[in-house]
Design a protein around this ligand. Sequence first.
Ligand SMILES: Cc1cc2nc3c(=O)[nH]c(=O)nc-3n(C[C@H](O)[C@H](O)[C@H](O)COP(=O)(O)OP(=O)(O)OC[C@H]3O[C@@H](n4cnc5c(N)ncnc54)[C@H](O)[C@@H]3O)c2cc1C
Length: 381
Amino acid sequence: MSLVDVAIIGGGASGTTTAFHLANKSKNVCILEKNVSSLEKTCGGGMSAAVQNWFPFKLFPIVDEVITNVEFSWCNADKVVAELSGSSPFWIVKREKLDSFLLDQALNSGCNLLTTFNVVDIKKQSNIWQITALDGRQVEAKAVVIADGSQSPWSKTFNLGPTKQKFASTFSGRIKRRGNLRSKTARFEFGLVKNGFAWAFPLNNEVNIGMGTFLDNKNSIPVNEILKSFLPDLGFDPSEVIGNEKKLRVWNGHCKLNGEGILLVGDAASLCDPFLAEGLRPSLMSGFEAAKSLIYWLDGEVNCLDEYTKTMQSNWGNSMAWGKRISQVFYRFPKVGYQLGVKRPTAPKRIAQILSGEISYEDIAKRVIKRLLLQNQSSKS
Ligand SMILES: Cc1cc2nc3c(=O)[nH]c(=O)nc-3n(C[C@H](O)[C@H](O)[C@H](O)COP(=O)(O)OP(=O)(O)OC[C@H]3O[C@@H](n4cnc5c(N)ncnc54)[C@H](O)[C@@H]3O)c2cc1C
């Protein structure tokens, strides 16, 4: 293959988004994907409708359910329901459908795709990147985008991303019927998973079930035990769910996401929310921002890839810094967190607003600090 402008390692949500935006501006792009097609993915598929902002085509046709209510519980009891207000609802999609839809958009815009291309080596020689697959195939590119997900080895190789990577232990599976999960309602259960939560997201006539534990990343998650307690409350037998466990790389500090001619996006860039495991919005945001910077860079603006790191820090990282602090306190003392956090009259609404992308953790932290300062002032006067 001749020299391409940009080679993208991985054809998931972040890689296909980057590819679409580059191809849409007539850049010569190639996605290198180790699998043949988008198989069922380990993902809850919940995402804010705010992601629509990054695409010129409608995502709505692939949305399986629009969530208008979020239900929280502690050990299946003590339930709280929050209504999602405003224009930014929360969508549930099937991940394989989202990924192949975005891939089709990229291909229709002129992007190339090489499947069964398992990248095992990336080298730079005389300003050209040489990417080699396990079967010996090679691609040469002016720039490379690392979009190969949570297990990506390349951030460490190129000294990018957080100094210390952090992982959540997760499980996700699907049940091919609806159970008693209410229509347009997403369920979050905080008492059954140590240092984390379980969820149930409706998808037309199916349900995505999952769980994640965020503080202790060494032990695997006791999936069967949790399913036995959680699923009967939703009208399911635990044997009905078929799913997979996965280590998910989460945000762990501000860091450099670009080098000269190389950018990290999505999970490979450790962008996933360390409190609620929201990784789709930052994957699509980083794909969009990475393409924007690369377009200028390919047109000769040599220092503009640094802008990508700066933009992701201000538009996502600053909120995640607060998300990490909230996660560390909440999951260490979850019962207190549930009573004081989730059961506070305004809290469910705030969590729902975070999920829908209306507000950030940073906004919440600023409100709390302001309230504390006002309380302090009035107690002094
Ligand atoms: C259990 C679970 C539930 C989740 N639920 C949600 C949710 O409800 N909402 C949400 O917003 N986020 C959720 N997330 C997070 C979300 O799934 C990720 O943030 C998102 O998948 C990241 O997309 P990506 O494109 O960066 O990586 P991926 O989707 O992992 O894609 C990486 C791609 O790279 C390919 N690849 C890997 N290695 C190579 C290689 N060597 N050569 C070539 N190709 C390669 C892979 O085959 C894959 O196609 C969840 C994650 C998990 C684990």
